[in-house]
Design a protein around this ligand. Sequence first.
Ligand SMILES: Cc1cc2nc3c(=O)[nH]c(=O)nc-3n(C[C@H](O)[C@H](O)[C@H](O)COP(=O)(O)OP(=O)(O)OC[C@H]3O[C@@H](n4cnc5c(N)ncnc54)[C@H](O)[C@@H]3O)c2cc1C
Length: 265
Amino acid sequence: MFTILDLVQPNTIDEAYKVLVDKKSNTILGGCAFLRMGAKRIGTAVDLSKLNLNYIKEDDEYIEVGAMTTFRDIETSPLFREYFNGILPKSVSNIIGVQFRNVVTVGATVYSKYGFSDLITALLCLDTEVELYKGKRMSLEEFLERPYEKDILTRIFIKKNNRKAVYGNLRNAISDYPILNVSVSRLEDKWTVVVGARPLHAKIAKGASRELSSGNFSIENVENVANIASEELHFGSNMRGSAQYRKSMCKVLVKRAIMEVLQCK
Ligand SMILES: Cc1cc2nc3c(=O)[nH]c(=O)nc-3n(C[C@H](O)[C@H](O)[C@H](O)COP(=O)(O)OP(=O)(O)OC[C@H]3O[C@@H](n4cnc5c(N)ncnc54)[C@H](O)[C@@H]3O)c2cc1C
């Protein structure tokens, strides 16, 4: 269990950031589900709940999600059920249970770049951008590759377009972490294939995405694309599965997800 020596609830993000960077042990709180699993000794805990960062809203171009939005908000959002074939609600709707999803936050999840994350894999096949308070706004892809920097993730933006998207995963048990997860999307001719829980963080399979974007959807080429994805990405081993197993399963999940996107209306 973690220890908190002091707690603040700032009224502005600037105030929150100043406290965060004041001491190494100062820490932002999301839903605290992950923090409480560790034994971290937190100097000043920074609770963002007074900053009105719990929302999902849209304008003509983007769907904007505040950092304190919970997985349950994503799961039950009529907007997200309508867009991208409901990939975002689907990606989170089996994680642990409703009480858990009522607590865990989007900002903490994306900022932490968890390798096993279901949500990050789904977000990465969409046109997602991340906004950090001090860092700039950037694509999720760029953010995932950047080295760690102490900052506050304030919101994410998802381009509102007609992307068709599908999410798939492999787990030993429904409440366990995924062994591997995959998302595939298509915006007209442009395809994006993403593989996560490798167990490293989600990554776009560039070669596979390029090959698929050539427009050859014969079963032989779909199998070829799944092979390319499994060859171009790096897989590792952990207690849930070996690198070899993940590599084999990658072919199955990618092929399945492509076939499903091809059926999307
Ligand atoms: C038992 C358990 C099982 C899980 N299973 C799964 C699973 O199967 N699939 C899956 O995808 N996920 C799973 N998760 C992860 C979960 O979905 C969340 O991603 C995770 O708990 C982090 O969210 P949180 O709100 O609890 O973060 P917290 O625990 O509050 O914070 C986590 C980290 O993020 C930092 N942080 C919080 N908010 C911000 C912010 N706005 N800006 C910058 N830093 C911030 C905190 O300082 C901390 O370092 C699991 C987590 C637990 C505890």
